[in-house]
Design a protein around this ligand. Structure first.
Ligand code: FES
Length: 95
């Protein structure tokens, strides 16, 4: 099972392979900003990927549209559109 690690304030968590990153974080009690609740509209659910970006699902068309429109930097993923396939380390500014 993939492990999600953090650089502050939370112990690592194990998740099912293929879990949606936003859902997995929320299930572990971590807040994830959102105003569309995962519909792929608001882009507020951005999560910084510090390690293991190769262990995430490829950017889908919804995420690509948001990335293009908002010029989202490399190293940030739209967590409601991203599946966890292997070990990663993540952070946000508000944790
Ligand atoms: S929660 Fe709105 S785009 Fe992810």
């Amino acid at each position: 099972m993939p492990t999600i690690s953090f650089v502050k304030n939370h112990a690592p968590i194990e998740v099912e392979s293929g879990a949606i990153l936003m859902d997995a974080l929320r299930a572990a009690g971590l807040p994830v900003a959102s105003s569309c609740q995962g519909d792929g509209v608001c882009a507020r659910c951005r999560i910084q990927i510090l390690k293991g970006s190769e262990n995430l699902s490829p950017i889908n068309s919804v995420e690509q549209m948001l990335r293009d429109r908002l010029r989202i930097e490399k190293g940030i993923r739209i967590s409601c559109q991203t599946q966890v396939l292997g070990d990663i380390t993540v952070d946000t500014s508000y944790w």
